[in-house]
Design a binder for this molecule. Sequence first.
Ligand SMILES: Cc1cc2nc3c(=O)[nH]c(=O)nc-3n(C[C@H](O)[C@H](O)[C@H](O)COP(=O)(O)OP(=O)(O)OC[C@H]3O[C@@H](n4cnc5c(N)ncnc54)[C@H](O)[C@@H]3O)c2cc1C
Length: 301
Amino acid sequence: MGLLHSSVMAVLPLVPNPLMRRISSRYIAGETLDEALAKLAELAGRGYSGVLDILGEDVEDEAAAREVVEEYTLAARRLEDAGLDATVSVKPTHIGLRFGEELALELYRELQRRCRAMGRFLRVEMEDHTTTDATLRIFEALRKEGENVGIVLQSRLFRTLDDIDGLAPGPLSVRMVKGIYLEPASIAHTDPEPIRAAYVECTRRLFERGAYVSLATHDEALAETLLAMIREMNLGPDRYEFQVLLGVRERLWEKWKAAGHPVRVYVPFGPNWRAYSTRRLRKNPQILRHVMGDMLSFGRR
Ligand SMILES: Cc1cc2nc3c(=O)[nH]c(=O)nc-3n(C[C@H](O)[C@H](O)[C@H](O)COP(=O)(O)OP(=O)(O)OC[C@H]3O[C@@H](n4cnc5c(N)ncnc54)[C@H](O)[C@@H]3O)c2cc1C
């Protein structure tokens, strides 16, 4: 698979937009808010709550960052109107972090305030290690304003256990992930096993301090270990949920749901779908096989 994987990765940037859009359709709800709401409603009908994400990162200027707040506000309002159980999730560089921590804090604060007025929960996402300190500072500031805010922590980074210990006391909601960004070996685990072991250790530490943990993973073996810990610690479904990405290992979500575990599905949408979809495809060699097939048949058409 190695050679096939690297050759497909090499040609992915050349795949024309219409074909790439078709291949990506399993990972993204569409380009519009209406399509995302329809997907969330369909999932709700099947017993899944949601996370709404407007695709985007590294906005080009401050005005664009301010526009993102308006887009999320509209999305939160529409979720409210539709009566959907869905949180909103925002990347720091989508809301202007590259233009200064102060700007990002101001905009997150405004969005948090508006979300609070609508009874919505706002998740601050975590990007690569160059943003970790600022993101944690922003999160700590937001926590002081209300409980409708959570953070993401990455088990890949060596620092994460210390970060957990460094968070101020009080109610805490964390989405625990392995971390999608490939970080240098000087600051992060690079092999799957230590990343998994750190995930378990971080989750235990979070549970011990009373946090609500969103277990964002599709790693079935890891999930089994986490569920064993949950049983051992005698925790109820008010202390955890699974979070999964739209289009990824749906049979696993069904199994978890059928066993009585809460499952929340991450539903991204927006015109900036190409970068996100490329990252998803990099993670899944089986889909790459279909991509290869699609590309060959596209060429024949
Ligand atoms: C709801 C949610 C939110 C996230 N938010 C963040 C965030 O804010 N910051 C961050 O750094 N990371 C985030 N991530 C990504 C996370 O860090 C991991 O990169 C991702 O979940 C893959 O790790 P895994 O635990 O699923 O295990 P893996 O061992 O990587 O995956 C297990 C199996 O699931 C399948 N799979 C997993 N992920 C994908 C995928 N993306 N596309 C296709 N197939 C896949 C593959 O078949 C793989 O073999 C998020 C993940 C989820 C589920």
